[in-house]
Design a protein around this ligand. Structure first.
Ligand SMILES: NC(=O)c1ccc[n+]([C@@H]2O[C@H](COP(=O)([O-])OP(=O)(O)OC[C@H]3O[C@@H](n4cnc5c(N)ncnc54)[C@H](O)[C@@H]3O)[C@@H](O)[C@H]2O)c1
Length: 377
């Protein structure tokens, strides 16, 4: 199968997203075209160091790079400033200068953290994203958002509180790497695919339904071909990023479900993964949309069915106080001058950004996904 390339057309920071099974073996020559053979940092998710990590390392060596390799744990608690500091130390130790490339090989946690370190080391060095989860392939690796988490005043985990926009020089997607991914982690990526369908392309909902079995058995043709799942999602993200690189406006549509999701993720005891939180967040956003007349009951059902089909969660694993979740929502970066901003579906394939949703509608949405309303009305 031949690969496909999507060009992300940004005025000062254009780059290619390359999708091809087996592409990891050509990583070195791709990086060499960006930053001629020099010193490089390869930051790898520790779970894949001995597999995909070795292939990447070998490819970089064959292309002439002197590589410092660092292993990172893909845990939200380690998507942190101390991990960024470890990365700075590795870059200094490896003698990386301003032209030295930094390669992030991992899922969204690794990509966000390494991206943040690359954005800030020597005020910014070339970054190559090599996403290894479906979620990172269709979303996190593209668009230049990098960040680490930070503890909130109430002790909760503040998602992506410290960060920077830093576009990669290239995104190298080898869908074969999905073969080692845990099915639970693979499903998380499908939540973001459903999100793209709701944001921009209702026909993607049909594609997901028609190809559900092939997607879940990692059929490379369905995932990686021209017009396949990964390319369709990447094109949607790229088009939105091109319109609004720094989320001054339209890019915020990509946050559909995420204001709810980040409040869920702040409840660390729930042990919910990001994509699972997004799935529950989409259900909550759909409930708000139904209650405010933006979608009808049949459309709401299509949304929940799309998530359920892939075994994604529709409600919280345990009841949580709705007030606690409402408070966590207010720390979200999308809150503006104290008003909660939500992205809600309008029909299927379009969304609206609004700060006019009454608090009792949001509380009801929390209740709909299993939160408890304790004297909060
Ligand atoms: N920057 C953005 O625009 C953006 C967008 C969406 C999500 N995110 C962030 O991405 C993070 C979630 O990313 P994720 O879902 O990729 O999770 P992740 O990075 O935690 O990876 C999920 C799990 O899969 C393992 N893993 C990764 N690749 C593997 C492979 N090929 N084989 C075997 N195991 C593998 C990891 O070790 C981890 O246990 C969150 O922190 C979220 O905030 C960022």
């Amino acid at each position: 199968m031949t690969g496909t390339t999507i060009h992300v057309s940004l005025a000062d920071a254009a780059y290619d997203v390359m999708i091809e099974p087996g592409l990891l073996r050509r990583l070195g020559s791709i990086v060499a075209q960006i930053a001629g053979p020099t010193k490089a940092l390869l930051a790898v998710d520790e779970r894949i160091t001995s597999g995909h990590g070795l292939v990447a390392q070998r490819s970089l060596h064959e292309a002439g790079f002197t590589t410092t390799t660092i292993q990172l744990a893909a845990r939200e608690l380690e998507k942190s400033l101390p991990t960024a500091q470890r990365l700075y130390e590795a870059m200094l130790g490896g003698g990386l200068d301003r032209s030295s490339p930094v390669v992030a090989l991992g899922g969204g946690i690794i990509g966000d953290t390494v991206g943040f370190a690359a954005a800030t080391y020597l005020r910014g060095v070339p970054l190559i994203q090599v996403p290894t989860t479906l979620l990172a392939m269709v979303d996190a690796a593209i668009g230049g958002k990098t960040a680490v988490n930070f503890t909130l005043p109430d002790g909760g985990l503040g998602k992506n509180i410290v960060g920077a926009y830093w576009q990669p020089k290239a995104v190298v997607i080898d869908p074969k790497m999905l073969g080692t991914l845990d099915p639970r982690d693979f499903r998380c990526g499908l939540a973001e695919c459903v999100k793209y369908a709701l944001v921009a392309d209702a026909s993607l909902l049909d594609f997901l339904a028609d190809h559900a079995e092939a997607i879940q058995r990692l059929d490379m043709d369905t995932l990686a071909r021209r017009g396949g799942l990964i390319e369709r999602c990447v094109r949607i993200k790229a088009a939105i990023v091109e319109q609004d690189e720094r989320e001054a406006g339209p890019r915020a549509v990509l946050n559909l479900g995420h204001t709810f999701a980040h409040a869920i993720e702040a409840q660390q005891e729930l042990d919910v993964l990001h994509g699972e939180a997004v799935s529950i967040g989409l259900v909550a956003a759909a409930d708000c949309a139904l209650r405010t007349g933006r979608i009808d009951a049949a459309q709401q059902q299509r949304i929940t069915k799309a998530l359920q089909r892939f075994g994604l969660p529709l409600c919280l694993p345990r009841p949580v106080n709705a007030d606690q979740l409402m408070r966590a929502m207010r720390y979200d970066k999308k809150a503006l001058r104290g008003r909660m901003r939500l992205v809600l579906p309008v029909g299927l394939g379009a969304v609206e950004i609004t700060d006019n949703v009454p608090a009792d509608v949001v509380q009801s949405a929390w209740s709909h996904v299993g939160a408890v309303l304790v004297g909060s009305r």
